[in-house]
Design a protein around this ligand. Structure first.
Ligand code: FMN
Length: 196
């Protein structure tokens, strides 16, 4: 009663949405990924810094290279998913800041002239955007399989550069047979929320 979002949409995005470990062969198109991005780009980030960057791993050759950097338990599903995305944080996001924050262009030099400050901001805000991205995948009627079980330095060297830090690799597609592990419990409201 307290939620205004249509109950079917609540189920699609959260209650019935699961982390997929197997996928059908149905392709995930660039149009779908663009629709997902064009929805989730509105999710908030500090100073509107939007530091998330996405590498779509489409070619068989790139997929093979990626799989070698995944933890053993993540290799088969990363090899088989219709689409795999590397989500990364851009530690040089401040270059875009004056155009992303036109009412406060001074923010770039005031807050982000030092690399450590940028890395810490990029890590938090790109992670937020990664979460929006996963929900966006679900909004497209697809399932996401986010993973951090990988050799981060290897992925950074192979697919990114010194300015881009890998955050997670996400398998994307329609869930296949036996796609889910058993649903694990969640903490209750009482466990998590305190009021002062
Ligand atoms: C950031 C992140 C990293 C994860 N890394 C892995 C991973 O390396 N391998 C794996 O099998 N699952 C991984 N998972 C999947 C989680 O275990 C799964 O999303 C969680 O248990 C909830 O599962 P459910 O959506 O089916 O309820 C990861 C999930 C997230 C969000």
């Amino acid at each position: 009663m307290s939620l205004v979002l249509d109950p079917a949409a609540q189920d699609l995005l959260f209650r019935e949405a699961r982390t997929a470990n197997t996928f059908t062969d149905e392709p995930v198109t660039d149009e779908q990924v663009q629709a997902i991005y064009d929805l989730v780009k509105y999710g908030p980030t500090a100073f509107n810094q939007t530091p998330l960057r996405v590498v779509l791993v489409r070619s068989a050759e790139a997929r093979e290279r990626l799989v070698t950097h995944m933890a053993e338990g993540n290799q088969a599903k990363t090899a088989a998913a219709p689409l795999v995305a590397i989500l990364a944080a851009d530690n040089e996001f401040h270059e875009e800041l004056p155009s992303l924050l036109p009412h406060f262009p001074q923010a770039k030099d005031l807050f982000f002239s030092e690399r450590p400050a940028r890395e810490s901001a990029a890590s938090l805000n790109a992670a937020l955007q990664a979460a929006y991205f996963i929900v966006g995948v679900r909004a497209a009627g697809l399932a996401a399989g986010p993973m951090t079980g990988y050799d981060a330095a290897g992925i950074q060297k192979e697919f990114l550069d010194d300015d881009h830090t890998p955050l997670m690799v996400v398998n994307i597609g329609k869930p296949g047979e036996d796609a889910w592990f058993p649903r694990s419990p969640r903490l209750s409201f009482e466990d998590v929320v305190t009021t002062v």
